[in-house]
Design a protein around this ligand. Structure first.
Ligand code: FAD
Ligand code: EPU
Length: 337
């Protein structure tokens, strides 16, 4: 059923009060196709919405918002080393991670507690604590929003990069992801490359490494520094961590000896955008209800009644000041609607 003029505040973790001209939820492919065929389905803009944890509405949406509620999780196959688990796009991501961990299937434990739904996980190749979904992603099924054909994308088809995929680029808003299949490991390859994980495991008194312990360590770290959207509106990191070439890194290092950066395989360096933003004095900044989180400068927050444009304007001020001080251009990570 299509509703008109629906308030989206409770459907986005920034808690922005924008209105959708039309709004509907769907729980299966047929229901989605019917919504796309019936009035007002054709000829107006469409947007697929998951958990709303990576969007910023800067204005009302003059089209049809389609909220994905496709459920279901099942083991669909295995080989010597792997088990293939398929999940409906509307399943909660953390619930899916726990489902896999509960069956001793490894590979997603470092990605515990990321908000949002399974269907959005390939959109920006979600990542945290040394792992990205591209490491375990097998394939997805997506419905083309215009011709309604179902297409299967394998790992290579998605062109995953750091917070990137074809769905954010050439296929932007062209497909509805219906289901995603992950290839989990029967034998875990523990990834504790992110220093904070080892520190937390030690603090927890863990003697023997397990995917359950890593998941709990990640949950503890995340809960200690990222704001809970149920309490303070936010969409996680607002910007990407920028990469610079070695020469640029050396000159930054000469001018700012404490610059936080990590060498990449391609010879470039990834800079910690949170550090750059903090150095510009933004950490803990608040103007009206728009602010920069006090424990993590990469996260912009809505303290209650900020408009999407208040957050967007603040993000532009942050971008400009980082560029002025460091000559580094930040890029927004959150999807601006
Ligand atoms: P939404 O916000 O609903 O949608 C995001 C985009 O994907 C939109 O463009 C939407 O149109 C599109 N989309 C959603 N579902 C579908 C679908 N089924 N088919 C087609 N298009 C679709 N991200 C990380 O990578 N790592 C982190 O560590 C991380 N930490 C976070 C912490 C917090 C506190 C918060 C609030 C966010 C964090 N994020 C992180 C961002 C966010 O959780 C992820 O991007 C998540 O995958 C978004 O899922 P969602 O269902 O909420 O997507
Ligand atoms: N830092 C500061 N000040 C800050 C924040 C960070 O100096 O206010 C420096 C610190 O030196 C810190 C380093 O930056 O050690 C890295 O910070 P953190 O470990 O918090 O990670 P991040 O680079 O800020 C990225 C992802 C997160 C992901 C974490 C953990 C991006 C854009 N963000 O944040 O993803 O959870 O690493 O892996 O890559 C998201 O995408 O929404 C998100 C939260």
């Amino acid at each position: 059923m299509v509703s008109e003029n629906v308030q989206l505040q409770s459907y986005n973790t920034f808690g922005i009060g924008a209105t959708a001209r039309y709004f509907a939820t769907f729980a299966g492919k047929e229901e989605l196709v019917a919504l796309l065929q019936e009035p007002p389905g054709g000829g107006i803009p469409h947007m697929i919405l998951g958990g709303g944890s990576n969007v910023l509405f800067t204005k009302d949406y003059d089209g049809l918002v389609l909220r994905n509620q496709i459920k279901g999780m099942e083991v669909i196959g295995e080989d010597n080393d792997h088990v293939y688990v398929k999940a409906g796009a509307g399943e909660n991501w953390h619930g899916f991670v726990q489902y896999c961990i509960g069956q001793n299937l490894a590979g997603l434990e470092n990605l515990s507690l990321i908000p949002g739904n399974v269907g959005a996980s390939p959109m920006q190749n979600i990542g945290a604590y040394g792992v990205e979904i591209k490491d375990t992603f097998h394939e997805l099924e997506a419905l083309h929003l215009k011709d309604h054909g179902v297409v299967t994308f394998n790992n290579a088809d998605c062109h995953f990069g750091y917070r990137e995929s074809v769905f954010k680029r050439q296929y932007h808003q062209q497909f509805a992801i219906l289901s995603v299949t992950y290839r989990l490991n029967k034998t875990p390859h523990f990834n504790t490359s992110y220093g904070a994980i080892n520190e937390e495991l030690e603090r927890m008194g863990v003697k023997e490494l397990s995917i359950q312990a890593i998941s709990q360590a990640v949950i503890n770290i995340r809960s200690s520094k990222l704001p809970d959207p149920a309490k303070i509106g936010n969409a996680g990191s607002f910007f990407k961590n920028p990469s610079v070439d070695a020469a640029r890194y050396e000159s930054l290092k000469a001018a700012f000896p404490n610059v936080v950066a990590y060498p990449l395989d391609n010879g470039q360096y990834k800079l910690a955008a949170g550090w750059l933003i903090e150095q510009c004095g933004w950490k803990g900044y608040r103007h009206g209800d728009a602010g920069v989180h006090a424990k993590q400068a990469l996260v912009l927050v809505n303290y209650g009644h900020a408009a999407g444009n208040d957050i967007y304007k603040l993000s532009q001020e942050v971008l400009d000041s980082v560029h002025e001080k460091f000559g580094v251009q930040l890029e927004r990570e959150v999807n601006i609607i």
